[in-house]
Design a protein around this ligand. Structure first.
Ligand code: G3P
Length: 221
C-alpha cells in the first residue's frame, strides 16, 4: 500500500504565495527521501506558481463541475489542469457543496483524468461520497479540525467505520483521514485503522520548521 499525504495550505499566510513554494519544496524533499507520496493543495491562484516551480503533485482546494461558458466566479477544471493541478479536494468542511455539485465536480475531474478527494464529516456522508467513486474520500470530523487533537486518537471509530462503509460500497475508493494530525504517531495510528494516508494542514503549515514536522510525520511508517 502506498501512503498518501495531502497538505492543505488553506488560507494560512504561511502557505500563501512564496510561502506555498517553500512548503512545496519541503513536501518534495521529504517525499523523495522517505519514499512517501506527499502532495500539496495551495490556494487556487497559487497553483500555477507552485506547479511551475516545484516537482510535486499539486491539488486544488476546490473545483466546480461547471463547463466552459457563462459561469462567472466558478473554478473551471481546465483552468486548474492547465495551471498544473493533478486533482482537487471536493466538499472540504470549509467549502461545503451540495451532493449534486460534489458529483458534478468528481465527473469533470474524471473526464480530465484528474484525482478526486471528496471530504466528508461522518460515516454516512463517507458512504455517499464512496458511491460517487472518487479515488479518495477524506473523513474529517469538523470539531477536530485545527484543534491539534488527532482524529486517529480522539475518534478512531469514525475512521474504521468509514473504511468499512467504503469497502461495502466501492472497494476501489481509498480512505484518508484528517483533523488534528501532525505527528508520526498520528499517521501510524491512521494507517493501522485502515486509512491509506492523511489530509492535514495546521500542524505542518504553521510549524516553526515545516520540513522537520514532515519528517516527524513520516518517521514511523
Ligand atoms: O484539510 C485538512 C484539514 O481540514 C485538517 O486541518 O489543521 O486539523 O490539520 P488540520
Amino acid at each position: 500500500m502506498s501512503v498518501f499525504i495531502l497538505l492543505n495550505c488553506k488560507t494560512f499566510d504561511e502557505g500563501t504565495a512564496r510561502n506555498a513554494i517553500k512548503l512545496a519544496e519541503a513536501c518534495r524533499d521529504v517525499s523523495e527521501s522517505a519514499g512517501v507520496n506527499i502532495a500539496i493543495a495551495p490556494q487556487i491562484p497559487d497553483i500555477y506558481r507552485v506547479a511551475s516551480a516545484v516537482d510535486v503533485p499539486v491539488y486544488s482546494q476546490h473545483i466546480d463541475g461547471a463547463g466552459p461558458g457563462s459561469h462567472t466566479g466558478k473554478i473551471y477544471v481546465k483552468a486548474i489542469l492547465e495551471a498544473g493541478a493533478v486533482g482537487s479536494l471536493i466538499n472540504h468542511s470549509e467549502r461545503r457543496m451540495t451532493l449534486a455539485d460534489i458529483e458534478a465536480a468528481a465527473v469533470v475531474l474524471k473526464q480530465n483524468k484528474m484525482t478526486s478527494v471528496i471530504c466528508t464529516n461522518n460515516i454516512a456522508t463517507t458512504a455517499a461520497a464512496a458511491a460517487i467513486g472518487p479515488e479518495y474520500v477524506a473523513i474529517e470530523p469538523p470539531e477536530l479540525i485545527g484543534s491539534g487533537i488527532p482524529v486517529s486518537k480522539a475518534n478512531p471509530e469514525i475512521i474504521t467505520g468509514s473504511v468499512d462503509a467504503v469497502k461495502k460500497i466501492n472497494p476501489n475508493v481509498k480512505v484518508l483521514c484528517g483533523a488534528g494530525i501532525s505527528k508520526g504517531e498520528d499517521l501510524k495510528a491512521a494507517i493501522e485503522l485502515g486509512a491509506v494516508g492523511v489530509l492535514l494542514a495546521s500542524g505542518i503549515v504553521k510549524a516553526k520548521d515545516p520540513k522537520a514536522a514532515l519528517y516527524d510525520l513520516v518517521s514511523l511508517i
